[in-house]
Design a protein around this ligand. Structure first.
Ligand code: NAD
Ligand code: IPM
Ligand code: MN
Length: 346
C-alpha cells in the first residue's frame, strides 16, 4: 500500500472548476488499487490576497513542501494588480521548489480539430527552463510615469541553470524513438545568453551521439510550428520563449483546453507541480465552460512522475477516446469530467 500526499492549489477563475474534474478522475483511476491519496487544499490566490494581503507565505511554502506532488489550477484575477499573484504565488512556487524543468508535451490526438491543413504526425515535448531567464525579477523601473521612464527586465542565464535543463532535454530525447533535439533561442540577437545556450547544447551533445541536434531561432520556430510541426521531437528553450511557443503548440493541437504541463524538480528534493498550460480564463470563469481536459492530463503527468505509468496511461487513453468521440456539441466542465471519469472506470 502506498499513500500519496497531494497538495492542491486550485487558485483563481476556472482553476477550481478544472481541478475538481482532475481530482474526480484521480479518485476513479486509483479506486480499488492499493494507492491512496491524502489531499491538502491550500486556499491561495485572489481571495486570500484580498483578505490578508498574502500571496504565499513561508509557512504555506513549508507546508506545501512536505507533499509528494502539487496539483495547481490557475492563478491570476482581474481584481488583483497584474503580476502580484503570477509572481508572488505561481513563480514563487516554481522558483522556491526549483522546478527547473517545465515540461510541456504536445500531441495531436486523432480527430482533434486543428487550424492546420496538413499537420502531419505532431508529437513533441517542449522542455522549458523554469527558474531563470527574464522571469527572475531582475531589472527595475526608473523615473516611472515621466517621459524619461526606463524599464528593464534582465534575462538571467547561468551555466549551471542552462546545463541542467539541457541535460534533462537530451535524456528525454534519448528515451524517445526519434531521438531529436531542437534548441530554440535567438542567438543572432541575444548573443550573451544565446551563445551560452548554444555552447552548452554542443558540449552535452558530445555525450549523446545518437541524438540529432537542430537549432531554430524562436521567430522561425513559430513558422515551423505552423507549417511543419512534425519536425519537432524535443525542444529545449528558455523560460520566456518556452512560455510563448507552448501556447502556440497548444493552439495547433486542439487548443489550450487540452494542454498539460509539469513543473519538475528532477532531483526529487522538492515536490513537482502539475498544472494546465492555460490561465484562469476570467472571460469564461464561473460558467462551467472551461475544458478540464488539460487539468486531467496534468493529473496523468503527475501520476507518471510519481511512478504510476499504468494509471497515467489509463487517463490519457480515456482522453484520446473522449476526444475521438466529440461531435462538436457543447459540454459543461462537469460533463467532460464525468465522461472522462466514466471512461477511466471502464
Ligand atoms: P488564459 O489561458 O487564462 O486564457 C486565454 C484564452 O483561452 C481565453 O480566451 C480563455 O477563455 C481560453 N481558455 C483558457 N483555458 C481554457 C479552458 N480550459 N477551456 C476553454 N478555454 C480556455 O490566458 P490570459 O487570458 O492571458 O490570462 C488570464 C489570467 O490567467 C491572467 O491573470 C494571467 O496572468 C493568468 N495566467 C495564469 C497561468 C497559470 O496559472 N499557469 C497561465 C496563464 C495565464
Ligand atoms: C504559464 C503562465 C505563467 C508563465 C505566468 C502566469 C507567470 O503564462 O504558466 O504559461 O508565464 O509561466
Ligand atoms: Mn503561459
Amino acid at each position: 500500500a502506498r499513500t500519496i500526499k497531494l497538495a492542491v492549489v486550485a487558485g483563481d477563475g476556472i482553476g477550481p472548476e478544472v481541478v475538481a474534474e482532475g481530482l474526480k478522475v484521480l479518485d476513479v483511476v486509483l479506486a480499488g488499487s492499493d494507492v491512496t491519496v491524502e489531499r491538502t487544499e491550500f486556499e491561495l490566490g485572489a481571495k486570500r490576497w484580498h483578505e490578508t494581503g498574502e500571496t504565499l507565505t513561508e509557512d504555506d511554502l513549508a507546508a506545501i513542501s512536505t507533499h509528494d506532488a502539487i496539483l495547481l489550477g490557475a492563478v491570476g484575477d482581474p481584481t488583483v494588480p497584474s503580476g502580484v499573484l503570477e509572481r508572488g504565488l505561481l513563480l514563487k512556487l516554481r522558483f522556491a521548489l526549483d522546478h527547473y524543468v517545465n515540461l510541456r508535451p504536445s500531441r495531436l490526438y486523432p480527430g482533434v480539430p486543428t487550424p492546420l491543413a496538413n499537420p502531419g504526425d505532431v508529437d513533441f515535448v517542449v522542455v522549458r527552463e523554469g527558474t531563470e531567464g527574464p522571469y527572475t525579477g531582475n531589472g527595475g523601473a526608473l523615473r516611472v510615469g515621466t517621459p524619461h521612464e526606463i524599464a528593464t527586465e534582465v534575462s538571467v542565464n547561468t551555466a549551471f541553470g542552462v546545463e541542467r535543463v539541457v541535460r534533462d532535454a537530451f535524456a528525454r530525447a534519448q528515451a524517445r524513438p526519434r531521438k531529436k533535439l531542437t534548441l530554440v533561442h535567438k542567438h543572432n540577437v541575444l548573443v550573451n545568453a544565446g551563445h551560452l545556450w548554444r555552447r552548452t547544447v554542443d558540449a552535452v551533445a558530445a555525450e549523446f551521439p545518437e541524438i540529432a541536434v537542430d537549432y531554430a531561432h524562436v521567430d522561425a520556430a513559430t513558422i515551423y510550428m505552423v507549417t511543419d510541426p512534425a519536425r519537432f521531437d524535443v525542444i529545449v528553450t528558455d523560460n520566456l520563449f518556452g512560455d510563448i511557443i507552448t501556447d502556440l503548440a497548444a493552439a495547433i493541437t486542439g487548443g489550450i483546453g487540452l494542454a498539460a504541463s509539469g513543473n519538475v524538480n528532477p532531483s526529487g528534493a522538492f515536490p513537482s507541480m502539475f498544472e494546465p498550460v492555460h490561465g484562469s480564463a476570467p472571460d469564461i470563469a464561473g460558467q462551467s465552460k472551461a475544458d478540464p481536459t488539460a487539468a486531467v492530463l496534468s493529473v496523468a503527468l503527475l501520476l507518471e512522475h510519481l511512478g504510476l505509468p499504468e494509471q497515467a496511461t489509463r487517463i490519457s487513453d480515456a482522453v484520446t477516446a473522449d476526444i475521438a468521440a466529440r461531435d462538436g456539441s457543447p459540454r459543461t466542465t462537469v460533463e467532460i469530467g464525468d465522461a472522462l471519469a466514466a471512461r477511466v472506470a471502464g
